[in-house]
Design a protein around this ligand. Structure first.
Ligand code: ADP
Length: 352
């Protein structure tokens, strides 16, 4: 009985049934009071029941339930064809008003979340455009400044003309780097560049990158090391050129921001039997704790003036994060000011 009377699942048919039953009982009792004859009471009961049942049912169905269903349909944007409508109405159990309410609530939450995501994206887009304009302005102004000065007469001054041209070229180099990084990040974001996994030894790739960057390390007399005890070759399964890009960005940063005569160490660890964790550590200036949560955002810099002076685009770590996340892995950072920084990422372990 409790299930039949469960108000949660009352359909228009059941609702009409119960209401008309109550009305019929009241009418039958009244007729019994007026004329204590059972057969009259029975007739009153049956007639009242039939009339009130159809009246209630028709009103509910026509004016309330159908309208609710229409709203429900609009919300769900379900333009059912005649055949589907027949199927919904006659084959599938009818949705109770309570179920419709739950569905609509769910729909409202879903829409609210969608709007929040859209708002966040809009904000993100605005900030990105502002940052981009700012980033482009600096090198363009530099180039413009030197070219204007040269055209204004400095071109004939042998003491400065070469120097000014070299400085203008630096601005152009910076623009090129920025455009290259932007190109890379937009390709990664569009998801058009597939991740092609292959097995390779991660230590060998780090050694290749060390080799490529040895000149800039030598200029600052920075030592590039493999952490002792982690030399045993470990095979990872990943997109080799992209992981090389990750390592270049991390090791380049460690050299760029590292102190003269410093040390950079790469460590390799097997975790949970399925992953390899690679960590690039330096003994440079470190990063303040307040910057750490945002360090992987595009154009975010812990030390603005220093990054610009060094020629950073502010996109290196954002690219690292994109590549690692596209592998379904995670990237982490640990850092202590005046002690150093460690950037690490996991990769799937490959078959040896
Ligand atoms: P940038 O082109 O400015 O180097 P990144 O995205 O590569 O951009 O790095 C973001 C910021 O993180 C840098 O501006 C710098 O402040 C900080 N950073 C990155 N790596 C290091 C590091 N090894 N030591 C200290 N600071 C670092």
């Amino acid at each position: 009985m409790s299930t039949v009377l469960n108000t949660k699942n009352l359909s228009p048919r059941l609702l009409s049934f119960f209401t008309s039953a109550i009305m019929s009982v009241i009418n039958a009792l009244l007729s019994l009071l007026l004329r204590p004859q059972w057969y009259i009471a029975c007739i009153v009961f049956i007639v009242t029941f039939i009339i009130t049942y159809w009246l209630y049912y028709y009103t509910l169905q026509r004016f309330i339930y159908r309208k609710i269903k229409l709203i429900y349909k609009l919300i769900y944007q379900t333009k059912a064809t005649k055949r589907e409508e027949f199927f919904y109405n006659n084959v599938l159990p009818q949705k109770s008003i309570e179920e419709v309410r739950e569905d609509v609530e769910e729909w409202a939450i879903q829409k609210r979340n969608e709007i929040e995501v859209l708002r966040a994206n809009e904000q993100f887009r605005k900030e990105f455009l502002m940052n981009l304009a700012h980033e482009l302005r600096t090198p363009v102004f530099t180039v413009q400044g030197y070219v204007d000065t040269l055209l204004g007469g400095a071109i004939d001054d042998p003491n400065v003309n070469r120097k000014f041209l070299t400085n203008a070229t630096k601005g152009i180099d910076r623009l090129t780097r920025l455009l290259d990084d932007l190109d890379e990040i937009s390709k990664l974001e569009s998801g058009k560049v597939p991740i092609i996994q292959e097995p390779f030894v991660i230590q060998d790739l780090v050694k290749d990158v060390y080799e490529e960057l040895s000149l800039s390390a030598k200029n600052k007399n920075i030592q590039l090391n493999i952490k002792s005890g982690t030399e045993r070759p470990l095979v990872v399964n990943a997109d080799k050129p992209k992981i090389k890009q990750v390592l270049v960005n991390l090791i380049e940063n460690a050299i760029k921001y590292g102190h003269e005569n410093g040390n950079i160490t790469a460590g390799f660890y097997e975790v949970d039997g399925n992953h390899i964790y690679t960590e690039i550590s330096d003994d440079g200036p470190g990063i303040n704790e307040e910057h750490l949560p945002r360090i992987f955002e595009r154009f975010y810099r812990a030390d603005r003036s220093r990054s610009r002076e060094i020629g950073g685009t502010g996109l290196g770590l954002a690219i690292v994060k994109h590549i690692i996340e596209a592998h379904g892995q995670t990237v982490t950072v640990r850092s202590t000011p005046n002690v150093g920084s460690s950037f690490g990422f996991t990769l799937d372990k490959g078959k040896e």
